[in-house]
Design a protein. Structure first.
Length: 239
C-alpha cells in the first residue's frame, strides 16, 4: 500500500504511473531530509527514483507543486491525529488520555518531519507558496480545535486567551518534535508525549497541584486583612 494514497489517486490512473509517482514522492522525501527545501534539486529526485528528469515534470510542474503533493497526504494524517484531541480532564486519568493522544500526534510529526520542515522553509522565503499556505490553513483548523478544548476546560478571561494558548501548544508540539528530528533533543516519543500531556493539563487548569500557582496563597486563598496597629496617643491628647 502506498504512503501517498491521495496524491497517487489524484495524479495517476494507471498502475505503472502510480508506481512511478510513489517512487518520485519517496525520493522527494529523502531529498528533503538530506538537503532541506532550498537545497533540494529536482534532478537528484528523478535520479534517486530511477526515472528520466523529464518524467518528473509529467507529474509536477515545479518544486512547490511537488511539495504540495506531499503536503496533501501528510496533512490528512496529521490533521486527523490533532483533531482527535480528547476533552481535557484533571487528574491521572485525564493525563493518560492526553498522553495517548500526544503519542499518536508525535508519531506523525516525527514520521513526516522532513516534509513539515520543508513547508516551514518554503513559507519563510515565499509567502505565496501554495504548499505553505495550505499548511497554514490546516494549522488554523487544528489549533481551533485545540482552542475549543482549552476553552471548554477553563473558560476565557482577561488573562487567558484559548486561541493564543492553542497556538503556543501547537508550537511546543511542533518544536519538540523538530528538535528530536534535528538531533537537538534526545527523547523517545513516549517521554515527549507524557511531558506534553502534563503541559496541556497545566495550561488548562492552573489549580493542578504540580503548578506552583496552585500553592500560592494569593491564587488559592483570600487574603486575610491585617489587624490595624493601635495608634500611640500624641502628647497633646493625654489627659
Amino acid at each position: 500500500m502506498s504512503d501517498w494514497p491521495i496524491t497517487v489517486a489524484e495524479r495517476s490512473s494507471r498502475t505503472h504511473g502510480r508506481r512511478t509517482l510513489a517512487k518520485l514522492l519517496d525520493a522527494a522525501v529523502a531529498e528533503l531530509d538530506s538537503h532541506g527545501y532550498h537545497g533540494a534539486r529536482m534532478a537528484r529526485i528523478a535520479k534517486t527514483a530511477g526515472v528520466a528528469h523529464g518524467t518528473l515534470y509529467v507529474y509536477f510542474s515545479d518544486k512547490d507543486d511537488l511539495l504540495s503533493a506531499l503536503q496533501r497526504d501528510v496533512d490528512a494524517e496529521l490533521r486527523g491525529s490533532l483533531l482527535a484531541m480528547p476533552e481535557i480532564r484533571r487528574g491521572p486519568d485525564g493525563r493518560a488520555e492526553l498522553a495517548e493522544w500526544a503519542t499518536a500526534v508525535c508519531g506523525v510529526f516525527q514520521r513526516h518531519c522532513a516534509v513539515l520542515q520543508a513547508l516551514a522553509e518554503a513559507l519563510s522565503s515565499d509567502e505565496n507558496s501554495v504548499a505553505g499556505r495550505a499548511a497554514l490553513r490546516s494549522m488554523a483548523v487544528t489549533t481551533g480545535h485545540i482552542a475549543g478544548r482549552l476553552r471548554a476546560a477553563c473558560g476565557e478571561s482577561s488573562i487567558f486567551d484559548p486561541d493564543i494558548a492553542a497556538l503556543c501548544v501547537f508550537a511546543v508540539i511542533e518544536g519538540g518534535n523538530r528538535a528530536v528530528f534535528r538531533g537537538e533533543l534526545t527523547a523517545d516519543v513516549e517521554t515527549l508525549a507524557t511531558e506534553l500531556a502534563g503541559l496541556i493539563q497545566r495550561v488548562a487548569d492552573p489549580r493542578d497541584p504540580r503548578d506552583p500557582r496552585a500553592s500560592s496563597p494569593s491564587a488559592s486563598q483570600p487574603t486575610t486583612p491585617r489587624a490595624r496597629r493601635p495608634q500611640r496617643a500624641r502628647s497633646g491628647d493625654r489627659t
